[in-house]
Design a protein around this ligand. Structure first.
Ligand code: GDP
Length: 300
């Protein structure tokens, strides 16, 4: 929690602490409520959730009458956790009963942190005693396969790659094939994310999924979003959701943004839970998303 707190320090200062400071004012007049609203909007919580939260806080503060700092903190904590909502945030990464490895597709726009997330997730799984195969299906970016392979060597996972500029779907297929042959528990497939033509992306990603599914159903499709891109991330999310059924969101770079509220907005937008958060570039900087702990760190 201490680590989460220090990593979220930027979000913390503007959102969590900011809200708490405002709520602690002697008089909660209209101007203050407007400032609270503004704080939430600036942190990318989104219009509807912001309105909901402000309404609930207003009602509850009124009922409370006099307020101690502890009461306010508790109230804010509760309401933010409620706003994030409950969801199944578990990851299907365990081998199937028939011995087939779990297959995880990692999708998202270039630069959001797909390769890094694949590597970090591989590390978590290997540390947990799983056998992991990484598939470098981002065949368009020359460095991507090298980067993934470096992660593989670092964390102890085999990496399947194809020729540069080759067919991503065929690399993905081969990765799962290798996973089956090796008796792996999990195959993590890093895909390409060129969004310049939406149709191109749809075709390509759809094809990767279809081809991989020749081995059996895909267990997780994780959409990686860069928290620092704010509302732009929501636009990307919508595009991807049209192409594939996303099972979970990974929100990266939460260490570098004051906009931690995007966690709330993106879940609302897609109706898909945030399952993992990225808190830095290092191998250990991937954490399961736990609303209570996240809000704790946010409020400080
Ligand atoms: P990809 O193109 O989606 O595969 O993105 P990469 O995995 O290559 O990541 C792009 C950059 O973002 C790299 O410099 C990563 O080190 C960095 N990055 C990824 N995740 C995080 C994170 O959670 N926090 C920070 N600060 N940087 C990250």
């Amino acid at each position: 929690l201490v680590r989460l707190r220090s990593r979220l320090s930027r979000s913390q200062n503007s959102l969590g602490k900011g809200l708490l400071t405002l709520l602690s004012r002697e008089r909660l007049d209209e101007d203050t409520w407007e400032e609270i609203e503004e704080t939430l909007l600036v942190a990318d919580v989104g219009v509807t959730p912001t309105q909901e939260l402000v309404d609930r806080l207003r009602t509850r503060v009124k009922v409370l009458g006099t307020r101690t700092p502890e009461e306010l903190r508790g109230l804010l904590h509760e309401e933010l956790v409620t706003l994030i909502g409950e969801a199944d945030r578990s990851l299907k990464t365990a081998k199937h009963e028939d011995g087939r490895p779990a297959v995880v597709l990692v999708v998202g726009v270039n630069g959001v942190g797909k390769t890094t997330t694949s590597g970090k997730l591989g590390r978590v799984l290997v540390a947990d005693g799983r056998k992991v195969v990484l598939g470098a299906a981002d065949t368009f970016r020359a460095a991507a396969a090298d980067q993934l392979q470096t992660w593989g060597e670092r964390v102890g996972a085999a990496t399947v790659r194809g020729p540069e500029g080759g067919d991503p779907a065929s690399v993905a297929f081969d990765a799962v094939k290798e996973g089956i042959a090796e008796g792996a528990d999990t195959v993590l497939i890093d895909t390409a994310g060129r969004l310049h033509t939406k149709t191109g992306l749809m075709d390509e990603l759809g094809k990767v999924k279809r081809v991989v599914e020749k081995h059996g159903p895909v267990d997780e499709v994780l959409l990686v979003l860069d928290a620092t891109t704010g509302q732009n991330g929501l636009v990307q999310a919508r595009v991807f959701a049209e192409v594939v059924d996303i099972t979970g969101i990974v929100l990266t770079k939460l260490d570098g943004t004051a906009k931690g509220g995007i966690v709330i907005a993106v879940q609302r937008e897609l109706g898909v839970p945030v399952k993992l958060i990225g808190l830095g570039e290092g191998a250990d900087d991937l954490a399961p998303f736990e609303p209570a702990a996240f809000v704790d760190a946010l409020i400080g």
